[in-house]
Design a protein around this ligand. Sequence first.
Ligand SMILES: Cc1cc2nc3c(=O)[nH]c(=O)nc-3n(C[C@H](O)[C@H](O)[C@H](O)COP(=O)(O)OP(=O)(O)OC[C@H]3O[C@@H](n4cnc5c(N)ncnc54)[C@H](O)[C@@H]3O)c2cc1C
Length: 476
Amino acid sequence: MVEKIKTDVLVVGGGPGGRVAYMALKQFGVTDVKMVANEEPTVICSLPYGVGRRLVPGGPEAVVVDLSKPHRLPPTILQDVLQGNVTALDPAAREAVVEGPGGQTAVGFDRLVLAPGALPWIPAVEGVLAETGTVQGTGVFYGDEWVDKGRLADHVYVLRGAWDARRLDRLASEKKTALVVGTGAIGLETAEALLDRGMAVTLLEALPHVVAAMDGDMAARVEQRLAERNVPVRKDARLARVFPGGVELSDGTVLEADAVVFATGVRPDLRLAKATGLETGRGIVVDRQMRTSAPEVYAVGDAVQVVDGATGESILPLIGTLAMRQAMVAASNIAGRPMELPPLTAWGVSEILGLHWGSVGWTEEAARRAGYSVAGLIQPVRTRDPFMPEGKDGAWKLVVATAPKDRVKPGQILGFQVVQDGDSPLFLAERFLDIVSRGETVMDLFGHYFIHSPAHNAVDDPYLGLLSQAMRTFGR
Ligand SMILES: Cc1cc2nc3c(=O)[nH]c(=O)nc-3n(C[C@H](O)[C@H](O)[C@H](O)COP(=O)(O)OP(=O)(O)OC[C@H]3O[C@@H](n4cnc5c(N)ncnc54)[C@H](O)[C@@H]3O)c2cc1C
């Protein structure tokens, strides 16, 4: 028999988007909220560091969120969580079906927040799946096909949840060598975690350079750091097959390793949204209040596509803090306090072997592929004045439109990248996040003030440096 319950708001998904939606709804005075979660919640961004144990000595368990000791979460969370999967959703009838350990529950709701997130994407090469795998967790996309993680071969790894982190942690304790496929933030952070644990790691990248979120000229600095630390990187590497002792590339090269870790990107999980008939494109289509094509259903997080503030294109940012911000917007609207998501663009900031990198908006390469005419301006920076021995070299790069296209105007800054040693570029990237997502031009750089403080930076004003470079380039 199907149990029937009713709640004012049902949140689907217990990731950062779902949890913050739940929390914000409670804070805004909506008391009757239920959240459906199908896996242990984690502070997901810290999973690689849990595996590495240098920054998180407690290992992966320290990164798992214990709902019985809620930190910041409302104390009602345990009784409000329904364990299981939402397998069917009927917005017109305002009912969702949850399949849990105890059977099916039909949950009636007034409003629903869909936060199903994204899943690791693995290229569909031979040897990734096994007849009888032992891996636990939710699912992955193997090419275009959703497969249960239980079907992954024992030597194949991904990193998205607590089980994945525990498996990698065990791998690091028991084995010596790993191939990490993919050199984005997650690939590099996972590689460093395994290096920290004493494993020998080789990186494989299908593209001509590492870190697709940056252009080749900036990513070269990351490649140099990897080379200095003797971390082998194979670029333009296409996998032909995976086998228990390693991989074979399409050029016939065989690389041996105890494990193959896929960090080849993620894809939004649109299965429920599509089955429900919600409008989808690359992700679930929402307005700036986070409402989907069904007025009583809101959607937030990695499964949602948003409008890029710089260009007006639909983008999939796949960023945790953005999922949380979207969740706040959805919750506020549901609670009767109208709110819209401010302009945004995509971003990524990380660190590998002491070298910090950040990228905001469009790379020169991605902008050209999308049909924009752009120029790249690189400004070398030194982190301290030349007479200070602790100063390190770095570089900033602006991607600037040189011709109009749709709403993009000449001189508009479409992207920013930074690579620097030692110091975190976090606040700098945040500043350029505003500049890019609000459509500012290089001339607007003059309106951004620069603070010099010898203990923190060098006296040269890089905003003026970039502005002068832009004026020379554009003949102003
Ligand atoms: C290793 C790693 C490092 C990262 N580092 C950073 C970082 O430094 N900074 C940053 O901002 N972002 C980072 N991210 C990205 C960030 O984790 C994601 O953007 C964020 O998790 C998205 O939150 P979400 O709630 O939309 O989706 P998810 O975290 O994917 O959560 C969705 C949840 O919903 C569940 N679900 C799906 N369908 C259903 C259903 N039908 N019923 C019930 N439950 C369902 C899923 O299983 C999952 O548990 C990182 C991601 C990873 C994997």
